[in-house]
Write a protein that binds this ligand. Structure first.
Ligand code: CA
Ligand code: CA
Length: 407
């Protein structure tokens, strides 16, 4: 077994060693949060890098959420964000320097991580249904309701960064998926009988930059992030569906271009006041957090690092969620997003004008690459790992879904 070069929590090391010895710990293992100074990411291959080979497929198993008490103390010092703006050839506007730690940290030892599923392969997206049950996608083409058997999604072709990606569920329980097919990237509504109704198709696919995130907006529209498919000239082109955030009618109808000039949006989430927020990968610099609006132009490829928060060196930000739960009161209204290369959970506070007023880094390097974050109806926070996406150092239990809650 090859361990990642990053430092592992003792509990994780023990767990991995037990698995290696053929007597793995039961799912439900609990890891207590140990925050620390921000460490350099162990991943040396940028998220954009092509030509990576994937590790062998793992046999997926899921289990119902369980919680095992722990007595391991945690510490929660304020953590320093990665260096923000600067360093590239293109001016990185709007960074506003390095934000201070935000208020609202629940304090040392108060957050606990509980494993709710393991043995998965590249968990890409998570969503809760109207009954409060967790659903998730794995990039290879499996859709799963936690605790039930995985459902293969017909038509998915996993290749490079593409495959089964976005997932969203509306209040009627309708399921929306975004995936790479044999010919394109597309968004479908999954009907109760298992058939698919195409909402938009013909989005160019590629080995890299397939976008893939879905989010229902407060206006009832379904927003879909598309990548530039490695063809930057498509991003500003109003006639192309690539390099955009598309606005779709969940019931069907023509797709509209909501925003353009995107390289590869990997996180979409809605905040207070109907804000639509996005995380986006820059090239070798200038990963971005953006606040989108109708007609927004992200500027790619003419400019890089144009967000309300920008990251150089890059951290490969992925799924995001605005915290609206009551379980961690200090996080109310915070923008949460996870990172692949950065291997952490970020919590940003934003002012009324959209400026970033604070930033905290959690679980830095402790769980590996993280692809999505979701807030459960009970206010706990779910994280999905992406250590088997071909760019990580998977442990035996990877990929996993973890629940974060006050312990
Ligand atoms: Ca931009
Ligand atoms: Ca990090």
């Amino acid at each position: 077994m090859v361990f990642p070069r990053r430092r592992l929590l003792p509990a994780v090391v023990v767990a991995a060693a037990l698995v290696g010895a053929g007597c793995g710990p039961a799912p439900g293992e609990t890891i207590t949060r140990v925050a620390g100074p921000n460490r350099s990411p162990s991943t040396t291959v940028p998220e954009d890098g092509a030509g990576q080979t994937r590790p062998p497929e793992a046999t997926g198993t899921t289990s119902a959420p369980t919680s095992v008490p722990t007595s391991v103390p945690a510490t929660t010092p304020p953590s320093a964000p990665d260096p923000g703006s600067g360093g590239g050839g293109t001016p990185l506007a709007g960074s506003g320097g390095t934000p201070p730690p935000p208020p609202g940290d629940p304090g040392p030892g108060t957050l606990r991580v509980t494993e709710v599923a393991r043995g998965l392969d590249t968990v890409w997206a998570m969503a809760f249904d109207p009954e409060g049950r967790l659903w998730f996608t794995e990039r290879g083409g499996r859709l799963t309701r936690l605790g039930e058997a995985a459902r293969p999604v017909e038509g998915v072709v996993e290749s490079g960064e593409g495959g089964l990606m976005g997932l969203e569920i509306d209040r009627q329980g309708r399921i929306f998926l975004m995936y790479t097919s044999a010919t394109d990237n597309r968004v479908v509504r999954l009907e109760p009988d298992g058939t698919q109704t195409v909402l938009v198709e013909g989005i160019a696919k590629a080995g890299i930059h397939n976008g893939g995130r879905l989010r229902l907006g407060p206006d009832g529209a379904l927003y879909a992030a598309t990548g530039d498919a490695g063809m930057p000239q498509l991003a500003p082109d109003p006639a192309s569906r690539n390099g955009k955030v598309l606005r779709l009618d969940p019931g069907g109808g023509p797709a509209q271009v909501f925003s353009r000039g995107h390289r590869n949006v990997q996180g979409l989430c809605t905040g207070s006041g109907g804000r639509l927020l996005a995380t986006e990968h820059g090239p070798d610099r200038g990963d971005e957090v953006n606040i989108l609006s109708a007609g927004f132009d992200g500027g790619w490829p003419a400019s890089v690092g144009t967000g309300v928060r920008n990251y150089t060196p890059t951290i490969a930000p992925a799924g995001c969620a605005v915290y609206t739960g009551g379980l961690i009161p200090g996080w109310q209204g915070s923008l949460l997003f996870v990172t692949l290369k950065g291997q952490d959970l970020r919590r940003l506070t934003l002012g009324a004008d959209g400026s970033v007023t604070g930033e905290e880094i959690l679980f830095d390097g402790e769980l590996g690459r993280l692809r999505d974050v979701a807030v459960a109806p009970d206010g706990s926070v779910y994280l999905a790992t992406s250590n088997r996406d071909g760019r990580g150092s998977p442990a035996a239990a990877d990929d996993r879904i973890l629940r974060v809650a006050p312990g």
